[in-house]
Design a binder for this molecule. Structure first.
Ligand SMILES: Cc1ncc(COP(=O)(O)O)c(C=O)c1O
Length: 487
C-alpha cells in the first residue's frame, strides 16, 4: 500500500474513519469497566471545541503562544491547590501518567547526580518500588538506567511493607515510591509512614496519584475515609495526577508537581550547543500539540469544583454497590481493601473457577472487564473500574457476572494441561522465535488476527515468568503492527 494517488472528499475520508472504528470499544455506554473516562456529551462538546481551537499552536515555544503558558500555569495552580501544596509547589503539564512518572524518575536521577557523591564505578542508583507500583516506573528504570529494587507488599492487604522498604535503603537509593492508590487493587500505600522514612533518610519520595489523586479529595468530602496522601504529608517531594482520568480531560493530559522549583529544575532540558534555535523543553516532547492542554483547561473550567463533586457522588455510590455486590457473589473474592472504584476479584479460597474464562464470558455478553495476570503475591484476577458512565450499569453488570460465575464454578481452565507443560519450558528467546507457532496454537490465523480465546492466551501468559511474558508481549506488539501490503 502506498500514498493514495488521488484526493478524497471530506465525506469519503470520514466514512473510511467510521469504517475503521466499527469494532472499537464503545465509549460512554457504561458497559466497559476499564479504559474509559466519560463525563457526558456536554463535557465532550466543550473539550472538542477547545482542542480544535488550539490545533495550530505549537507547544514548543510558549513565548509566542502566551495562551499556552497561561493555561498550563492555571492548571498547575488548580492542581496544587487540590493537593494542598503551598506556593513553593510547581509543576508541568505532561502527556499522561507514564510521562509524569518517567520525568519524576529522571528528575530524581539528575538530582542525585547533582547533589550526592558519585557512585562506585559499575553501580547504578536505585529506586525502591513496591511490587504494586505502576509498570511505568520500571519503564523509567529501563530508560534512565536506574535499578528498581522491589519492595514487598502484604500478601493479604497489598499494602507496601515499610519495614522492607527501610531495610533496602542504602547509599545508592535516590527515590522512594508509593501509590495513592495502586492501579491493580485500588489499595492505598501508607504515604505518611513512607514520608516519615523519606524525611528521616533525606530521600526524595514520589507519590503516584495518577489515577486517584484527582478523585480522592472529592470522595473525602463525600464522607469516604481517605488517609492524607498529598503535599500535606511531610516528605512527599513530588506527585503525579492524571487529568485524562477522573478530571475527564482529553487523552494526553497529566500533571507532575514538585515540592520546589529547585527540584523541578532537574527535569528541564536545554540545548544551546548546536546551530539552530535555542531549545528548552520542560517535558519529553519538543514540538507538541496544545490540544490536550486546551481541552483539559476547558473541561476544568466547564465542570468546576461543583461539577466534579457531583460526578464523584455517583462514583462514590456505585463504588459501594460494586464492592458489596462483588463480595456477595459466590466463588469470588475481592483482593485487599479498595479505597475507590478500582477493584480486583479472584477465585475464592478453595474454589475452582477459570477466572479468565469469566472475562471472556462477560465479553460475549457485551461487558468489558480487564484480566490481570498473577504476579508476586497477587493472584490472577479480574479488574473493575468505575467512571461516570458505569454508575447506572453496576447492578446489571453484577447480575451478568453472578450468572456467568455460577456457570463456570467447578469448570477447568481453557488451556489444556499438555499446552501448559509445553510452555513451562519456554525461554525468553523461544518467546521471540516461536511466537507465530504459539499464536497459531491459540487460534490466530496470522499477523494481525487476534485469537478469540483470550482466556487461553491469558492462562498461558500466567504460567510464564515475567521475563518470558515480556518477550511474548513485545513479539505480539511487533506482529499487530505489521503494515498492510497490496493495493
Ligand atoms: C496508578 C497509575 N499510575 C500510572 C498510570 C499510567 O498512566 P498512563 O496510562 O496515563 O500513562 C496509571 C494508569 O492507569 C495508573 O493507574
Amino acid at each position: 500500500m502506498g500514498m493514495p494517488k488521488q484526493r478524497k472528499s471530506r465525506e469519503e475520508v470520514l466514512g473510511l474513519l467510521r469504517e475503521a472504528k466499527k469494532d472499537d470499544l464503545p465509549i460512554g455506554d457504561g458497559r466497559s469497566f476499564g479504559y474509559i473516562y466519560s463525563a457526558g456529551e456536554a463535557v465532550d462538546e466543550v473539550k472538542k471545541a477547545a482542542m480544535v481551537a488550539a490545533l495550530g499552536a505549537n507547544g514548543l515555544d510558549p513565548t509566542v503562544w502566551p495562551s499556552l503558558r497561561q493555561m498550563e500555569n492555571e492548571i498547575i495552580a488548580m492542581a496544587r491547590e487540590h493537593l494542598h501544596g503551598d506556593e513553593s509547589v510547581v509543576g508541568s503539564f505532561t502527556s499522561g501518567g507514564t510521562e509524569s512518572l518517567l520525568l519524576a524518575v529522571k528528575t530524581a536521577r539528575d538530582h542525585a547526580r547533582a547533589t550526592k557523591p558519585p557512585l562506585p564505578a559499575g553501580t547504578r542508583p536505585t529506586m525502591l518500588l513496591p511490587e504494586t507500583a505502576h509498570a511505568s516506573f520500571q519503564k523509567a528504570a529501563a530508560y534512565f538506567d536506574v535499578e528498581p529494587v522491589m519492595v514487598r507488599v502484604d500478601p493479604e492487604t497489598f499494602v507496601t511493607d515499610v519495614d522492607d522498604m527501610r531495610a533496602k535503603i542504602d547509599e545508592r537509593t535516590i527515590l522512594l515510591v508509593g501509590s495513592s492508590p495502586g492501579y491493580a487493587h485500588g489499595v492505598m500505600d501508607p504515604i505518611e509512614a513512607i514520608g516519615a522514612l523519606a524525611v528521616d533518610r533525606e530521600l526524595l519520595f514520589h507519590v503516584d496519584g495518577c489515577i486517584g489523586a484527582f478523585l480522592l479529595p472529592h470522595l473525602e468530602r463525600l464522607g469516604a475515609e481517605v488517609p492524607p496522601f498529598d503535599f500535606r504529608v511531610p516528605g512527599v517531594t513530588s506527585m503525579s495526577m492524571d487529568l485524562h482520568k477522573y478530571a475527564y480531560a482529553p487523552k494526553g493530559s497529566s500533571v507532575l508537581l514538585y515540592r520546589s522549583a529547585a527540584l523541578r529544575h532537574h527535569q528541564y532540558f536545554a540545548c544551546a550547543a548546536w546551530s539552530g534555535y535555542s531549545m528548552v523543553n520542560a517535558t519529553f516532547q519538543s514540538t507538541k500539540s496544545a490540544a490536550p492542554l486546551a481541552g483539559a483547561w476547558a473541561v476544568m473550567h466547564f465542570l468546576g469544583d461543583e461539577g466534579y463533586l457531583e460526578l464523584a457522588e455517583g462514583i462514590h455510590r456505585s463504588t459501594r454497590e460494586l464492592i458489596d455486590g462483588l463480595r456477595d457473589i459466590e466463588g469470588l473474592r475481592v483482593l485487599g481493601d479498595p479505597i475507590m472504584g478500582l477493584v480486583a476479584v479472584t477465585a475464592a479460597e478453595g474454589v475452582q473457577l477459570p477466572i479468565f474464562r469469566l472475562a471472556d464470558a462477560m465479553s460475549a455478553r457485551g461487558w468489558y472487564v480487564q484480566p490481570q495476570l498473577g504476579y508476586g503475591s497477587s493472584p490472577r484476577n479480574l479488574h473493575f473500574q468505575i467512571e461516570p458512565s458505569n454508575t447506572t450499569k453496576v447492578g446489571e453488570m453484577l447480575e451478568a457476572l453472578r450468572e456467568e460465575t455460577a456457570k463456570l464454578l467447578g469448570q477447568p481452565d481453557a488451556a489444556p494441561a499438555p499446552l501448559l507443560q509445553m510452555v513451562a519450558t519456554l525461554t525468553p528467546e523461544d518467546a521471540r522465535t516461536k511466537f507465530g507457532e504459539l499464536m497459531a496454537m491459540a487460534g490466530s490465523g496470522g499477523p494481525g488476527d487476534l485469537p478469540n480465546a483470550r482466556a487461553l492466551v491469558n492462562e498461558v501468559m500466567d504460567a510464564l515468568p515475567a521475563e518470558t511474558r515480556q518477550e511474548l508481549l513485545k513479539a505480539f506488539m511487533g506482529q499487530i503492527y505489521t503494515p498492510p501490503t497490496g493495493a
